[in-house]
Design a protein around this ligand. Structure first.
Ligand code: NAD
Length: 403
């Protein structure tokens, strides 16, 4: 993903959304792209914090630690966060951060040093009312805890709402650990009311936080999970897999493929399986022109970011497959991050049931608003989602007199 893709994407959406040239320039211009060189374990690393758009509220977006992080990618991810917070209808803008580092090569002490150095480099730009980071690829709640501590040390007061995805003990929220999967499940429950499916069979690519939790939640709701996969490959049983047993196999042996009650399949076969619903929940760019025509699912819920290429998307639309795009399908995570921020502001913490209910309300409302903008139009559901999000951001820009 590069920022060039974002610019190309906006060019194609602009005529459909009636966006003027001036508005287009505003939409594709990040407000700030901060860079720094930070040190940990005697080595230096490039660090970024892109604050893309704050028309709808403080910047919001994760920080990733990955060797391939670069400014163009962080800018693109910050743009998508701007659309995601608009789709989820939470009062945030979009931002993203990252450090070009392989965290697996750092000791725990160096990882802590790097996390604190990141906050020192960008602390004047962060804050509960300015810019609120969260975990992303290879960052977690422990890293958020170190970052919060560094920020509070620098500023001399407690401000847990400056970062989300924290441990519960430091002001984190219940449900955050399953929020992405749960949000996707709520949206799917709405989609099956709109699209006729012959049964409730589901295949899931990726068995990590998003995929595994979605498998469990869906099974408990009565769906039949016919296949799951991880980086080593997948397992298929048309009568349904017992997900808790598959979890045990994964824990014991390292892969779902070692589960004996089913047939081994590849990560490409799982995309083309005979099932009603497919949940790509691992990597980007897996549904391509090579396999899109063979997809048999009627509904695709993109828990992963960017799993479908634009050309594959056109094939799926032509074949009548409803694709629920990532910025809606996986928005449960950022929505519960928003709830964490609200709870931090109130210094009053909600029960699990309350959070689930509020998340459901947000996801159902988002789906229903998008369905209204999609129904009867010539374009696909993804395009409707993008147009809806862009128009919300533009409206906020206009009300502020910025365009
Ligand atoms: P994770 O690291 O917990 O799990 C990733 C899973 O994908 C693992 O089971 C891994 O084995 C599997 N995998 C890796 N390579 C694969 C391959 N080639 N084929 C099939 N499976 C493969 O990650 P996660 O948090 O579950 O995130 C998964 C996706 O969801 C990512 O695209 C992420 O950006 C997106 N997402 C996650 C969240 C969240 O809150 N977890 C929020 C928004 C988006």
């Amino acid at each position: 993903m590069t920022f060039h893709h974002v610019q190309e994407f906006l060019k194609t959406i602009a005529p459909l959304a009636n966006i003027s040239a001036k508005e287009l320039t505003r939409l594709q211009t990040p407000n700030h792209a901060h860079t720094a060189t930070i040190t940990a374990g005697g080595k230096t690393y490039s660090a970024y914090r892109v604050q893309f758009n704050d028309a709808r509220g403080p910047y919001k977006g994760g920080i990733r630690f990955h060797p391939e992080v670069n400014e163009e990618e962080v800018k693109a991810l910050a743009f998508w966060m701007t659309l995601k917070t608009a789709v989820a209808d939470i009062p945030f803008g979009g931002g993203k951060g990252g450090v070009a580092v392989d965290p697996k090569k750092l000791t725990p002490a160096e990882l802590q040093e790097l996390s604190r150095a990141y906050v020192r480099a960008f602390s004047s730009h962060l804050g509960a009312e300015k810019d609120i980071p969260a975990p992303d690829v290879y960052t977690n709640s422990q890293i958020m805890a170190w970052m919060l501590d560094e920020y509070e040390k620098l500023n001399g007061n407690h401000e847990p709402g400056m970062i989300t995805g924290k441990p519960l003990e430091l002001g984190g929220s219940l449900v955050r650990d399953i929020a992405t999967a749960l949000g996707g499940v709520y949206v799917l429950e709405e989609a099956v009311k709109k699209v006729k499916v012959k049964d409730r069979t589901v295949a899931i690519q990726g068995f990590g936080n998003a995929g595994m939790n979605a498998a469990l939640l869906l099974q408990d709701l009565g769906y039949t999970i016919v296949a799951v996969s991880d980086s080593q490959g997948g397992i298929y049983n048309p009568r349904g897999l017992a997900i808790r047993d598959v979890m045990k196999t994964k824990e014991k042996t390292g892969s779902v493929q070692n589960h004996t009650e089913g047939k081994r399949i590849s990560n490409d076969e799982i995309i083309k399986l005979n099932c009603s619903v497919f949940l790509p929940s691992a990597l980007s760019g897996v549904i391509t022109t090579e396999n899109a025509a063979e997809v048999k699912a009627k509904i695709i819920v993109e828990l992963a970011n960017g799993p479908t290429t634009p050309a594959a998307d056109r094939i799926l639309h032509k074949n009548g497959v409803l694709v629920i795009p990532d910025i809606l399908a996986n928005a449960g995570g950022v929505t519960v991050s928003y709830f964490e921020w609200v709870q931090n502001k109130y210094t009053y913490y909600w029960k699990e049931e309350e959070i689930r209910e509020r998340l459901k309300e947000k996801m159902v409302n988002a789906f229903s608003a998008l369905w209204t903008s999609y129904e009867g139009k010539k374009y696909d559901f993804r395009t409707a989602t993008y147009i809806h999000a862009i128009q919300k951001v533009l409206m906020a820009e206009k009300l502020r007199g910025r365009v």
